[in-house]
Write a protein that binds this ligand. Structure first.
Ligand code: GLN
Length: 230
């Protein structure tokens, strides 16, 4: 953050994921990124008095872009983890999530994570789901994809037995998919999303304050309702 010269408003680059419904995805008609995270970071920027320029990329690019300091802010449904906190700063949590399994509707074999041994389980590389499967299901046949949509498509076409991913994403996909997939089992690991920053960024405080304000004044609820309301 430079000093304020004249009326120039600071503009910060925001790295986001290119496809993680309903938090961020490309609106094909407008060519703009939209979703819960996009509305949230714009509301925070309005409140804190800065401008944002959104750049979308693969999820692991957001993580490395924070570590290298290439971008000022990252918002990508990114789970706050102890490991990431070693190289990245996070805002206060802004969304409670977790992990969940999806299978094809006619699958009667996989009813919970206890049934994953020997099964082809897909997820996205560089994510908490990949780590969870490696740590808890070494006997599952893990297949990773750069994008989660590819995993869902391989599940629907029968190349995978299950997909494990973030609860809100799995539920959104399952609800909008033409009734091919269903969720099974419980939420596997409680997680919280945070806005990411390069280590020791001066923006963390301002963003936390703005986040608190928009939670108190109802703006956060309006955005939540827009993307997760019935
Ligand atoms: N929440 C998951 C993670 O942080 C993945 C988020 C995403 O795909 N954008 O690893």
């Amino acid at each position: 953050a430079g000093c304020n010269t004249g009326d120039a408003t600071e503009k910060y680059t925001v790295a986001t994921d290119n496809n993680f419904v309903p938090f961020e995805f490309l609106n094909e008609e407008t060519g703009e990124m939209e979703g819960f995270d996009i509305d949230l970071i714009k509301a925070i920027a309005d409140e804190a008095g800065f401008e944002v320029e959104i750049e979308s990329m693969k999820f692991d690019g957001v993580v490395s872009g924070m570590q290298s300091g290439r971008y000022d802010i990252g918002i990508a449904g990114m789970t706050i983890t102890e490991e990431r906190k070693e190289t990245i700063d996070f805002s206060d949590p802004y969304y409670d999530a977790g992990l969940m399994i999806a299978v094809n509707k006619d699958n009667e074999e996989i009813k919970s994570e206890d049934d994953l041994a020997g099964k082809k389980v897909g997820t996205r590389s560089g994510t908490t789901s990949e780590e969870y499967i490696k740590a808890n299901h070494p006997d599952a046949d893990l297949v990773t994809f750069p994008g989660i949509v590819e995993a869902y498509m391989d599940l629907e076409s029968g190349r995978l037995d299950a997909v494990m991913y973030d609860v809100p994403n799995v539920q959104y996909y399952v609800a909008n998919d033409s009734a091919k997939l269903k969720t099974v089992g419980d939420i596997l690991q409680g997680e919280q999303y945070g806005i990411a920053f390069p280590k020791d960024s001066e923006l963390v405080e301002d963003v936390n304050q703005a986040l608190e304000t928009i939670i108190e004044n109802g703006t956060y609820d309006d955005i939540y309702e827009k993307w997760f309301g019935e």
